[in-house]
Design a protein around this ligand. Structure first.
Ligand code: PMP
Length: 446
């Protein structure tokens, strides 16, 4: 750990004061011990938020004194998660028709017309010939990746990929290598070392190579450098798997994610994954690709074969939200939502930076981490915000590197300009209390 601190001091901007270094070194062991105790890994160890009643723009948080807070914590990018004039009546009707559960897996008698309609619609939306849906986003990754690559294969995964990808990669039995976060040049280096060894590409030692990246990295707010990554995967004849959990619906002119934003041909991404828990205000995930690929995954993926299928109202919520997003409800509400989340995000990020906050993430991304660095500031920041009726999620080790604790703001199309200005006022006060305004900006990198 000392080496880590020293190398950071050399490679990046200096790490605040010596006192903080000393404090971090001492705390590191303590926090590790704390997280290693089974009881301490309970989800509310660090959270003062006990229950979220709604993922509306305003959310009710019962603490000692129940508060109505401005919600800057949910991934409700397009604002579909709260009661919606179009989706909610359809969802209620679907419960009356189909009930709330299928009580069976897709291959038994758990497939209904909503699943098929949703698979057709999501394939059309992302621009692939076919798609399949799962009842859970996490299982979409952890069950599909082992279906694609196994022993004798190679997975090359971004260092900051989501836990569901890490779990899937480990379970696959393939050889797993990691490349530096969002670095096409390091990806190329890893592939070159794994493949070439003096041999022509055709003599490579792997049955199959799968490169896995995300559209928006949820702890960084950063958008994938997909164009350059595609160029590398093409050069090394590797398959590309893209997790669009946070980018689908949220970025691109018509919400079609990172490919649309960067003008990447969707055919260059072989496996497109996404979830319905963010932009579409529902649950579950999807894989989109060629007809053969989807047929193949359906025949061997355990979460498709052995898990209960997506509940009907959950499927109906996604269908309705997708129809709005695609303009198939006959209104321009979808495009207005997509424009609103982009404008809100760019406004908020810009204002935070003007304030002197250290904010990560790229233009257009609705995820914006405010760097807190010091673990002790995690609870302080969210508590001070909560006292002022603003709910934010603060995260630290082990979800991030120990030295890079952060408060993660998620912006929604449902936020009004008044909401955002009110939140900025609160965050400014809290940043003063927690000493989080830097002039000039620190710009540290993980
Ligand atoms: N992939 C990524 C990149 C995620 O951030 C998440 C969870 N936020 C998942 C997959 C799993 O999705 P879900 O929460 O819908 O299970």
């Amino acid at each position: 750990f000392n080496q880590e601190i020293d190398s950071r001091k050399k490679g990046y901007a200096p790490l605040s004061r010596d006192l903080e270094d000393f404090y971090i070194r001492r705390m590191y062991t303590r926090v590790q011990e704390c997280f290693n105790r089974p009881i301490a890994s309970a989800p509310d160890t660090w959270m003062d938020v006990i229950e979220r009643v709604s993922c509306d723009r305003k959310t009710l948080i019962p603490t000692k004194k129940t508060r109505r807070c401005l919600n800057l914590g949910s991934y409700n990018y397009l604002g579909f998660a709260a009661k919606d004039v179009y989706c909610t009546p359809n969802v209620v009707e679907s419960i009356e028709k189909f009930g709330v559960s299928t009580c069976a897996s897709r291959v038994d008698c758990g497939t209904n017309i909503l699943h098929l309609a949703l698979e057709e619609l999501i394939a059309k939306f992302v621009g692939k010939p076919a798609a399949m849906v799962y009842g859970m986003g996490f299982a979409t990754n952890s069950s599909t990746i082992p279906a694609l690559v196994g022993k004798g294969g190679l997975i090359v995964s971004d260092k900051l990929n989501h836990s569901s990808i890490v779990v899937g990669a480990k379970a696959s039995g393939a050889n797993v290598k990691v490349f530096d976060h969002n670095s096409p040049s390091h990806l190329e280096k890893v592939l070159r070392e794994a493949i070439v060894k003096g041999q022509p590409l055709t003599h490579r030692p792997w049955k199959k190579i799968l490169v896995i990246v995300e559209g928006i990295y949820s702890m960084e707010g950063e958008i994938c450098r997909l164009r350059e990554i595609v160029a590398v995967t093409k050069r090394y004849k590797a398959y590309l798997y893209l997790d669009e959990a946070h980018s689908i619906g949220a970025i691109g002119k018509t919400g079609r994610g990172v490919c649309e934003l960067q003008g990447v041909n969707i055919d260059d991404v072989h496996v497109v994954m996404g979830t319905f828990t963010k932009s579409f205000g529902s649950c579950g995930g999807y894989i989109a690709g060629s007809k053969e690929l989807i047929h193949y995954i359906k025949s061997i993926s355990p979460a498709h074969l052995y898990a209960s299928s997506m509940p009907p109202p959950v499927a109906e919520q996604v269908i309705s939200a997708l129809k709005v997003t695609m303009g198939e409800d006959g209104t321009d509400r979808g495009i207005r939502k997509i424009t609103a989340v982009r404008e809100n995000s760019n406004y908020f990020r810009e204002e935070l930076r003007k304030m002197g906050c250290e904010v990560l993430g790229d233009e257009d991304s609705p995820v914006m981490p405010i760097m807190l660095y010091i673990p002790a500031k995690i609870a302080a920041f969210s508590n001070e915000c909560l006292q002022r009726n603003v709910a934010v999620v603060s995260v630290g080790f082990p979800a991030t590197h120990f030295l890079f604790s952060r408060a993660r703001i998620c912006i929604s199309a449902a936020h009004t300009r008044d909401d955002l200005d009110q939140a900025l006022q609160v965050i400014s006060e809290v940043c003063d209390i927690c000493q989080l305004k830097y002039n000039p900006p620190l710009r540290l990198t993980a």
